[in-house]
Design a protein around this ligand. Structure first.
Ligand code: SAM
Ligand code: FES
Length: 346
């Protein structure tokens, strides 16, 4: 198996069959070998630096009904909220004072936030904080809308593909949602010129090794700037409430594989990783991740943006999260950087 890892490190790709073989390897047999190689690549591109993004969860209304997601339309028990432009700008101001130079605006697919409103928010953030990067993560939109956001100054866009296996995608989403449309959106974002992020959940219901191999094939074809992966975690008010969560081990291996396939990539150690294991984000760094996304949302709404059960950091102030993350990163030998944290190359 070490031969396949060496080949991946050298060629930055594998065939689907080779991916299946590699992903099926026992954790104990390959983890140390692959993590060390992943750290070497991370070091070559980013040194010990950790890029920090401030996550502002600005709406938990969603018109979609993804079967895994706690803020899905059908969850009647979710207490819905939207942040005003003022609240969003206040969160940015607090973040700026704490050293954030990237803001990630994430929300459900909320029809209240029309293109005009998104453009107004993006323009206000960019004119108030011209040295900061703005990332949007607001789901599937027409090409023209993406272009409008880009023209208004949004620099980056995150749209997770969730799974690159069409049959699996259809198990995770209701009939109204389309795999082909989602993929088209991701390619459109890249074409427009966004620093584009995608990703998937590890251990989502029905996921097989073949699905993960499809994810890796898709990533090596797309060559995104950023790849956000985290374990799937059940939410009690979804049809998947009784399903198992993804594992720490498989998530760490996938982080390391992504680092070897896309050595320049921005790879966050996600909140979901910190939720399934107390030291998950530190371990994510040791497996090749180089980004953290502490929560900047106002404290009073945090518990409402519950994508999955037991989400961490819902009771903390922005400043607590920011310094907690810094201590955690320092504890494993990494340093938070105060700058936009752009992707080095693609
Ligand atoms: N609406 C936007 C979108 O669809 O891209 C952004 C919000 S969406 C809730 C953000 C991400 O949360 C999804 O891409 C998904 O990967 C993740 N997510 C949702 N439910 C989850 C769960 N139960 N476990 C882990 N991650 C989950
Ligand atoms: Fe909101 Fe899936 S339920 S994006």
């Amino acid at each position: 198996m070490k031969k396949l890892i060496d080949q991946l490190e050298k060629d930055k790709k594998l065939s689907k069959q080779e991916w299946i073989e590699l992903i099926s390897s026992p954790y104990e047999e390959i983890s140390e070998y692959v993590f060390e190689k992943a750290r070497k690549q991370r070091m070559a591109y980013y040194g010990n630096d950790v890029y920090m993004r401030g996550l502002i969860e600005f709406s938990n209304y969603c018109k979609n009904d993804c079967l895994y997601c706690g803020i899905r339309r059908s969850n009647r028990y979710a207490s819905r909220y939207r942040l005003s432009l003022d609240q969003i700008l206040q969160s940015c101001k607090m973040g700026y004072d704490l050293g954030f130079r990237t803001f990630v605006l994430q929300g459900g697919e909320d029809p209240y936030f029309t293109d005009d409103r998104i453009v107004a928010i993006a323009s206000a953030i960019k004119s108030s904080f011209p040295d900061c990067a703005l990332t949007l993560s607001i789901g599937e939109k027409p090409l023209e809308s993406y272009q409008t956001y880009f023209d208004a100054g949004a620099d980056r866009y995150l749209l997770s593909h969730e799974t690159a296996n069409k049959a699996h995608y259809e198990k995770l989403h209701p009939p109204g949602m389309s795999y082909d449309h989602r993929m088209q959106c991701i390619w459109n974002l890249k074409r427009i010129g966004f620093e584009t992020g995608t990703g998937f959940m590890v251990g989502s219901p029905g996921q097989t090794v073949e699905c993960l191999a499809d994810d890796m094939m898709f990533l090596t074809a797309l060559k995104p700037h950023m790849v956000g992966i985290g374990p799937y975690i059940p939410h009690h008010e979804t049809p998947f409430a009784d399903q198992m969560a993804g594992t720490l081990e498989m998530t760490l291996l996938m982080i390391a594989f992504i680092r070897l396939a896309l050595p320049y990539a921005l790879i966050p150690a996600t909140t979901a990783l910190g939720t399934i294991s107390p030291l998950g984000r530190e371990k994510g760094m040791m497996a090749g991740a180089n980004v953290v996304m502490p929560n900047l949302s106002p404290k009073e709404v945090r518990e409402k943006y519950l994508l999955y059960d037991d989400k961490i950091c819902t009771g903390d102030e922005a400043a607590e999260c920011r310094y907690c993350i810094e201590r955690r990163m320092n504890s494993v030998g990494y340093q938070i950087k105060v700058h936009r944290g752009d992707c080095k190359v693609v």
